[in-house]
Design a protein around this ligand. Structure first.
Ligand SMILES: [Zn+2]
Ligand SMILES: [Zn+2]
Length: 240
């Protein structure tokens, strides 16, 4: 992709604008228009302070900068020649384009679960993950609110992805958009799925905002991202 500005700055801006839109719209809807609506129920009755929103946005901006550097290293340095990334969309069948997105989600689910477990270790927690857990009652702005070391840890998934899965840049972009939507939903502070999801035969495998809110409120349990496979398998799932 050719841009008139340095590629890293372009990737930062894409990430930052996407964050502002994907986190900003639900924030305005749920924390302003529906704030006192009876039709939606907040997972924790209190609302975060203005200083919490500020911290979440500041550190999320920093994370977007880290992602800009990661994008530059991944696509514009010799690293790229070692990856399975492909540029001509015709190089693989159309169906594979969509399958590759699903494979990225599955791989990211495993990567996130295990790195998340790792940074909860007491030797790493303070420097890697304490900032994210300052949000005991997260808002959508917390989606990228990471210590810089956690941002690097999450950003490194980009390298793993490109070494393991043949992926087109557009598929990677769609994957990251889905990832951000799920991430913002996890930090929404409201549950939008029906309560019965936890007992539904398919729904029970989907991670919920209730589950990630529990993780923030209690500081442990429910380490997954998209699905509950890993939490079920490792017996770290906590329901309310
Ligand atoms: Zn955590
Ligand atoms: Zn979180």
């Amino acid at each position: 992709m050719e841009t008139s500005m340095p590629f890293g700055i372009f990737i930062f801006l894409v990430n930052f604008l996407r964050y502002l839109i994907v986190a900003g719209i639900p924030f305005i809807v749920f924390y302003y228009f529906l704030k006192n609506a009876k039709s939606v129920s907040k997972l924790q009755s209190k609302f975060p302070k203005l200083s919490d929103y500020q911290r979440e946005i500041e550190y999320s901006t920093l994370t977007c900068m880290v992602f800009g550097v990661v994008g530059w290293v991944a696509f514009k340095t010799p690293f790229y020649s070692y990856t399975l990334a492909y540029e001509n969309i015709e190089d693989y069948p159309t169906w594979y384009f969509w399958v590759s997105i699903f494979l990225m989600i599955l791989l990211h689910d495993a990567y996130f679960y295990w790195t998340h477990r790792l940074i909860h270790h007491k030797a790493l927690f303070k420097n890697f993950h304490a900032l994210h857990h300052k949000s005991h009652n997260p808002s959508p702005w917390a989606a990228f609110a990471f210590d810089p070391l956690e941002a690097v840890t999450n950003g490194c998934f980009q390298f793993v992805l490109m070494l393991v899965i043949p992926a087109h840049l557009y598929a990677v972009a769609i994957f990251y958009l889905i990832s951000l939507v799920v991430n913002v939903y996890g930090h929404l502070g409201y549950e939008i799925y029906p309560k019965a999801i936890h007992t539904h035969w398919l729904g029970r495998w989907i991670n919920t905002s209730t589950a990630h809110n529990y993780h923030h409120h209690h500081g442990k349990g429910n380490y997954g991202f998209y699905f509950t496979f890993w939490d079920k398998l490792m017996k770290t799932e906590k329901l309310g």
